[in-house]
Design a protein around this ligand. Structure first.
Ligand code: UP6
Length: 257
């Protein structure tokens, strides 16, 4: 497929957060997202402050934070505004529309009030998207469909993956992109493609995770954003490591021009 820059793709974006993210990546010159899978809020905030200048997106799993409170979100949003990155809650919603609506808007976390983007599985069928539609109409938040997973033996393959791409295309207002391991020809340029399972020096972990390098993912597999977790937050110098991942993934993007 011919190269289309993030600036151009911002114009093609059909979801407001996709537009925002393409613009942010182009102006800040970073396509690095960091998965901050830490369980204490102050540790998450400290890391966000340290690496905020290097990233386009900070990914959370809010339900692993042991001392979660509303102040945590306020603080995280302030750091996001200061360093200009978006907040991605990786909730992986998977239930029927009516239930995911409650899970998105209610409970302890009230995710709809603060997340710029969230992930959803398509196992329940396309009507899951209707559970988000009303809420994201006002906030402009984006949905990311899990088209493929990084883990060993993933069931998100083949015809399921194709169906997820179709689900995205039929709901372009709400869907900002895909979580995937490669760009498929059916994934049009209005979508952001984000890839987890990225690390420089590791083949995987003992629980099924599999890794590729930033160069391989962005250049060979032609996706847009790398999502790096342990490769950065477990490092003894997360800032330095974030700069390395940022540089590698941005050069890989630029080399496609
Ligand atoms: N994640 C994956 N693979 C997927 C989807 N999501 O690893 O297919 C998420 C994990 C974790 C992060 O939930 O937050 O991306 C990867 O972290 P790691 O770099 O520490 O393995």
């Amino acid at each position: 497929a011919p190269f289309v820059s993030f600036q151009e793709r911002a114009k093609l974006a059909t979801n407001p957060t996709a537009n925002k993210l393409f613009q942010l990546m182009a102006s800040k010159k970073t396509n690095l997202a960091v998965a901050v899978d830490l369980t204490v809020k102050q540790e998450i905030l400290d890391l966000a402050e340290k690496i905020g200048s290097e990233i386009c997106v900070l990914k959370t799993h809010v339900d692993i934070v042991q001392d979660y409170d509303q102040q945590f979100i306020k603080d995280l949003q302030a750091i996001a505004a200061k360093h200009n990155f978006l907040i991605f809650e990786d909730r992986k919603f998977a239930d029927i529309g009516n239930t995911v609506k409650y899970q998105f808007e209610n409970g302890v976390y009230e995710i709809s009030k603060w997340a710029d983007m969230v992930t959803i599985h398509g196992v329940a069928g396309p009507a899951i998207i209707d559970g988000f539609r009303e809420s994201i109409k006002t906030t402009g938040a984006g949905l990311l469909l899990l088209a493929q997973m990084s883990s060993k033996g993933s069931m998100c393959v083949g015809e399921y993956t194709n169906q997820m791409v179709e689900m995205g295309k039929s709901n372009q207002d709400a869907v900002m992109g895909f979580i995937c391991q490669e760009r498929l020809s059916a994934m049009s340029d209005n979508f952001v493609l984000m890839t987890p399972g990225v690390q420089f020096n590791s083949a995987g972990d003992s629980m099924g995770q599999q890794y590729n390098t930033p160069e391989y993912v962005i250049k060979e597999k032609n996706t847009d954003v790398i999502i790096v977790g342990r490769g950065i937050y477990k490092s003894s110098n997360p800032k330095e490591e974030a700069i390395k991942y940022r540089t590698a993934s941005w050069s890989a993007y630029e080399s496609k021009q």
